[in-house]
Write a protein of this length. Structure first.
Length: 363
């Protein structure tokens, strides 16, 4: 295992880190699937990764990740707390809620987390998080009290990551990127400010969909070719760990496929939208174009029911706005030259067709 610097924290982390979603037990509302590892199985899987050199384990507060946080605490105690780094997070945006969440996490873990993130920060909650008395201020206070070691912001949005990179209160950032959704990583590489922060990249496998299309070492090698600290991957079996941990930057030098080459592979099964989620396409009506296109890709890549539910929530309104829009600033901002308005109409037709089929079957 190779280890990388975690920004200016002074910590060194394994290039591949352990995401604990797959070791939880129970049906968690925010997750699309059911997980069912008992405590003994979960600890064995986490130990297997540790024996292969993994030293960073990422989890979230119990309502979000089921009992994974509790299992990780027991694993830390069994392996020796000093031997691993714990990354934790909670989706609370106000300061008092975040403060209480961290105290509960400490109880669940039986120890203090090394990193603690405000989870899934979005535009609707950005000002609350970064503002006076918000969740970030609470993390700073908790750090001063010794209840966490380092503060973090986790989000799927580039502009929020950039704000975190500018903010001296933030030690570590967590964002998403993979072989298909590479646009945000490209922008991070171009912005020198990110070099001062530790950076964990998640969604390396695109919710587990890309390993069916591309070799594991290509997927991991791709994200590690960027200036990130660690590739955060969810592991539920020893076999998954072995496949990923076989990666070594000193051995593998995979050729990194271009976006066009990636799309050509996907074209064998469907017509992919050439969106890399760079997030430059700002819609005046508030449509998250990159998220909509992402759900379209996931629908065709295997998360059909889950992605369809997401798409159905707002596609009709988004398509209607596109038909009203005259200036279409999104298209002039798109580096891939996607005919965005046309594609959104196509996505709407896809959703309506499948919803009609579902209703016909009586689901």
């Amino acid at each position: 295992m190779v280890y990388r610097r975690l920004g200016n924290t002074g910590l060194r982390v394994s290039e591949i880190s352990f995401g604990t979603i797959p070791v939880l037990q129970g049906n968690i509302p925010v997750l699309p699937d059911y997980f069912n590892l008992n405590e003994k199985e979960a600890l064995a899987v986490m130990e297997h990764a540790y024996r292969l050199g993994c030293n960073l384990y990422d989890t979230a507060i119990v309502p979000e990740y089921g009992d994974a946080e509790i299992k990780l605490g027991k694993f830390a105690a069994s392996i020796g707390r000093e031997n691993i780094l714990i990354s934790d997070k909670a989706r609370f945006f106000g300061g008092s809620e975040m403060y209480q969440a961290v105290e509960i996490s400490c109880e669940n873990l039986g120890t203090i987390p090394d990193l603690y993130f405000v989870h899934l920060v979005d535009a609707d909650h950005e000002e609350e998080v970064f503002g006076r008395g918000g969740a970030l201020d609470a993390l700073v206070e908790l750090k001063a009290e010794g209840k966490i070691r380092y503060t973090g912001i986790a989000t799927h949005y580039y502009d929020i990551l950039l704000r975190g990179a500018h903010d001296d209160r933030v030690d570590v950032l967590q964002g998403s990127g993979n072989l298909l959704e590479r646009g945000m990583l490209d922008r991070i590489r171009e912005e020198a400010l990110f070099q001062k922060k530790g950076f964990l990249v998640n969604k390396v496998y695109a919710a587990g969909l890309l390993p069916a299309k591309f070799p594991i070492h290509t997927l991991i090698g791709f994200v590690l070719s960027y200036p990130v600290s660690s590739a955060l991957i969810g592991f539920g079996t020893k076999e998954q760990i072995d496949a990923a941990m076989a990666w070594d930057t000193q051995i593998y030098k995979p050729e990194i496929p271009s976006l066009e080459q990636v799309l050509s592979v996907l074209e064998q099964e469907y017509s992919p939208i050439p969106c890399d989620r760079c997030q430059r396409c700002i819609c005046p009506f508030g449509t998250e174009i990159h998220t909509l296109f992402r759900q379209y890709q996931y629908f065709h890549l295997g998360k059909d029911y889950w992605a369809l539910k997401k798409l159905a929530l707002g596609i009709a309104k988004s398509a209607a706005h596109c038909r009203e829009c005259v200036q279409m600033p999104c298209m002039s901002a798109c580096r891939q030259k996607i005919r965005i308005a046309q594609k959104i109409q196509e996505v709407e037709r896809l959703v309506q067709e499948h919803l009609a089929a579902v209703r016909k079957k009586g689901y």
